[in-house]
Design a binder for this molecule. Structure first.
Ligand SMILES: Cc1ncc(COP(=O)(O)O)c(C=O)c1O
Length: 474
């Protein structure tokens, strides 16, 4: 059989899939690393989460639905805060963890973050409004964005945010002018593009940076940004430098190069201007397991690795260690959530050479999870409403949208008796799924159902077709 570059096929000859995917001994077994801690198989082999049967959740809230294990989310948030706090305690009096709200934000989640003692990173006026509505004190909010509007800057300053991460020369002037108008000092950080791009297991260190975020380090713009900020000492207070190098990072070598480079600039600024910059933000991007191919580090391993790098660099340069902050998003939100779908059709599609592929179509798709289409991201799934004794077959899980690229799970082993009416669960959908969702094909977006201690509630309700039609004015 000819190899097919689009993914797995199966034919008389057997099963093919990506090299990291192997046929499971037991197709019903859950891979613990991919699920919130309370998820298990219960009665009739159906999944339960926080003691609740997913069949009951589906009856009560419908499908598709994002199901978030609140305690799991909170535990991950606490783990980051504790790990970075402890590990950096001796070095610089602790570290601050800003949850990156872009991963997933709603009022309830902003409250959880506040209650667990984390700070929040927002990157739009809308995310700021959520934080304000949740009662998060301004001092615990950091504001990102490469093109913040004057209204957004004023709203941030009006709310007394703890930091605005400036991203362009125009923005320095805008923030300074807004601060003057409002008669406040604006605490700012400089987003530095350090020429390190990290993605999954690799990072690339380059001399120049071709992307929209930040000020180039190599080109000298970052140093110039510092100078211009210092020209506005009456309205801007420079907290320090900020660097974020990418997403799904699995080792600290990318951070090592980035931290070294950004600390070199830190030292240069301290020496050139005779000032202290009290803070340094090393961004987010900590990798998580979406499938068995990923092997993420724990928050403590990450914190220890980063602390060693920062300590070594500061010692070598003879400067005090600034207070460190990090901005994890997916590592907190991702694994606490799964999406529950109902299977609608199962189709055996014949391919060249006599092979075939099983297409399992569910009642959601790229509108609730764009990541496979956007980033070629891998996900896994399992049958959720029952277990099965049928042999495993390699399948592709697709959505219901009018796009052939509407694929949710490219390759996964499912029981060969998977059929219409079965519930299917896709784990690790808590980050960048709801927040990147759309209403493509006029599809109302699923609810977010939070479960804790045997109780389920919607923290974001299901959208209705009336919600969508209400936007049409004619
Ligand atoms: C500046 C910044 N900080 C933090 C994050 C969070 O990244 P992750 O969710 O991968 O941890 C992002 C993601 O795009 C980002 O741009």
């Amino acid at each position: 059989m000819r190899a097919h570059e689009a993914g797995a096929l199966h034919a008389e000859g057997g099963h093919h899939g990506p090299s990291w995917l192997s046929a499971p001994q037991d197709v019903n077994a859950l891979v613990p690393a991919l699920w919130a801690r309370s998820v298990r198989r219960g009665q009739q082999g159906a999944l339960s989460v926080a003691g609740l049967d997913v069949r009951d959740l589906a009856s009560e809230f419908g499908t598709p639905a994002y199901v978030i294990d609140e305690d799991d989310f909170r535990r991950r948030a606490r783990a980051f805060k504790a790990a970075f706090g402890d590990v950096f305690a001796d070095l610089c009096g602790g570290a601050d963890v800003y949850y990156a709200g872009k991963a997933f934000l709603c009022t309830a989640v902003a409250r959880w973050i506040a209650q667990e003692g984390l700070n929040l990173d927002v990157c739009s006026g809308g995310e700021l409004e959520v934080a304000i509505r949740a009662g998060l004190p301004g001092a615990r909010i950091g504001v990102h964005g490469n093109n913040k509007s004057v209204a957004e800057i004023e709203a941030a300053l009006g709310h007394g945010v703890g930091r605005i991460v400036v991203d362009s020369f125009e923005e320095i002037e805008r923030v300074a002018a807004a601060a003057k108008r409002l008669a406040v000092m604006a605490p700012v950080m400089v987003r530095v593009t350090v020429g390190v791009e990290a993605h999954t297991h690799e990072y690339i260190a380059t001399a120049h940076e071709d992307q929209k975020f930040g000020f180039s380090l190599a080109g000298g713009q970052a140093a110039e940004a510092v100078r211009r900020i210092l020209d506005h000492r009456e309205s801007l207070s420079l907290l320090g430098l900020h660097s974020h190098i990418g997403s799904q990072i699995f080792d600290t070598s990318g951070f090592e190069v980035a931290a070294r480079r950004v600390l070199e600039l830190h030292v240069q600024v301290v020496r050139e201007h005779g000032i202290q910059m009290p803070e340094l933000d090393l961004g987010g991007g900590f990798g998580i397991a979406y499938t068995t191919q990923h092997d993420p580090m724990s928050p403590r391993e990450l914190a220890s690795g980063m602390a060693q790098i920062v300590a070594r660099e500061c010692q070598a340069e003879g400067v005090p260690v600034p207070r460190i902050s990090v901005e994890p998003g997916r590592a907190i939100a991702g694994p606490s959530t799964f999406t529950l779908y109902e299977v609608g059709t199962v189709k055996e599609v014949l391919l060249d050479g006599g092979a075939s592929r099983t297409y399992v179509a569910v009642d959601g798709g790229m509108s609730d999870n764009i990541r496979p289409a956007l980033y070629d991201a891998d996900f896994s799934c399992t049958i959720a409403s029952r277990s099965s004794q049928a042999p495993a077959t390699l399948a592709r899980v697709v959505g219901k949208h009018c796009e052939s690229g509407d694929i949710l799970v490219k390759d996964e082993f499912l029981p060969s008796d998977v059929r219409a009416g079965d519930l299917l669960a896709v784990p690790v959908t808590g980050a960048y799924c709801r927040s990147l969702s759309s209403q493509y094909n006029h599809t109302p977006r699923p609810p977010v159902v939070a479960v804790s201690g045997g109780v389920a509630r919607q923290i974001v309700r299901r959208e209705t077709i009336e919600d969508l039609l209400a936007l049409d004015l004619d």
